[in-house]
Design a protein around this ligand. Structure first.
Ligand code: 5GP
Length: 343
């Protein structure tokens, strides 16, 4: 047994220190990045924010809105080959896959139809050798595809997936998601900001990239994830509850809601696996979210927030956020006196 004494941090544990800045307007900030991926040797330019590959969020409707802003949608792996529209722009979506035999067969047929630019190989526990083997198989089959894989939260597995697996981007986050119960069910996880700092340091040392996945609650958290070194930020709950999300709109006592559930929740397992197998437990929640209307206003809120962060710290581009960012550890982040009283 070993105990690490160093405190690990979440977004809520820090604030970003403002600094003298020559930027006079948020409109002067560039939210776009161009990234050259290491193993595929492919370039991408866009706004590095991604809709999570969850049933309710990783939808085609979400893609049509996000792609207007050059943001990416990671589609749910549960779409059938025939569901994919013909007019998708490869720059702004990822297809998802698990790592079993059936997943491989489906991936091959989806690739035949789409020839996608990004493949996201997604498992809850990215520490399995089986993931590395699957990543290798994908890399040898499609040398020029951008491989995203995860989830992990520590240096050694980032290196393993990029150097030995052939991945380009590693997805970082265990237990931080809004509908995730992994920490309760297993006791395993890592506070998200520290996970991002450690994994980005590992990835950038070998020309890899990372996605901060899970735990974003507000635009300020997106800025903090970039500040911690994330190349991309993935959003589930912040994009949930909109008209572009899958799932019914429910009305209760005059209020409208949409259901949002984890991909390891009993809702998802009942839908896809015929129930929760008797050797496992659910590691996700099902919640109802107040209906937020079209996602466009949330996109504006997020991009406006991050642009404003940039003007506070003197970052001309989203790429410059880490080098301009000093975090301060804090005991209290926000004044809550009026919570619940907004009109
Ligand atoms: P959010 O942005 O809602 O905080 O987090 C989204 C992320 O939570 C997803 O991208 C995924 O990594 C993670 N996630 C989604 N469903 C589940 C689940 O059922 N269990 C766990 N442990 N994580 C989940």
């Amino acid at each position: 047994m070993k105990i690490e004494q160093e405190v690990k941090l979440d977004f809520i544990d820090v604030l970003i220190r403002p600094k003298r800045s020559a930027l006079s307007s948020r409109s002067a900030v560039s939210m776009e990045r161009t990234i050259q991926f290491k193993n595929s040797n492919v370039n991408w330019t866009g706004v590095p924010i991604i809709a999570a590959n969850m049933d309710t969020v990783g939808t085609f409707e979400m893609y049509y809105q996000l792609s207007k802003h050059k943001m990416i949608t990671c589609f749910s792996k549960h779409y059938d080959v025939s569901d994919y529209p013909d007019d998708l722009d490869k720059e702004y979506y990822m297809i998802s896959t698990g790592i079993n035999e059936n997943d491989w067969k489906k991936l091959v047929s989806v690739m035949k139809k789409l020839d996608a630019k990004f493949i996201c190989i997604d498992v809850a526990n990215g520490y399995m050798k089986k993931l590395v083997d699957f990543v290798k198989q994908v890399r040898s089959t499609w040398p020029e595809v951008v491989i995203v894989c995860g989830n992990v939260v520590s240096r050694e597995m980032v290196e393993e997936l990029i150097i030995n697996g052939g991945a380009d981007i590693v997805k970082v986050g265990i237990g931080s998601g809004s509908v995730c119960t992994t920490r309760i069910q297993t006791g395993v996880g890592m506070p998200q900001l520290s996970a991002v700092a450690e994994c980005s340091d590992a990835a950038h040392g070998i020309d890899g990239a990372i996605i901060s996945d899970g735990g974003i609650t507000c635009p300020g958290d997106v800025a903090k994830a970039f500040g911690g070194g994330a190349d991309f930020v993935m959003l589930g709950s912040m994009l949930a509850g909109h008209s572009e999300c899958a799932g019914e709109l429910i009305e209760e006592n005059g209020e409208k809601y949409k259901v949002f559930y984890g991909m390891s929740s009993s809702t998802a397992m009942n839908k896809y696996n015929g129930g929760v197998a008797n050797y496992r437990s659910s590691e996700g929640k099902t919640v109802k979210i107040k209906y937020k209307g079209p996602v466009e206003s949330t996109i504006h809120d997020i991009l406006g927030g991050v642009r404003s962060t940039c003007t506070y710290i003197g970052a001309n581009r989203v790429k410059d956020i880490p080098k301009c960012c000093t975090f301060m550890r804090v005991n209290r982040q926000v004044n809550t006196i009026h919570n619940g009283k907004e009109v």
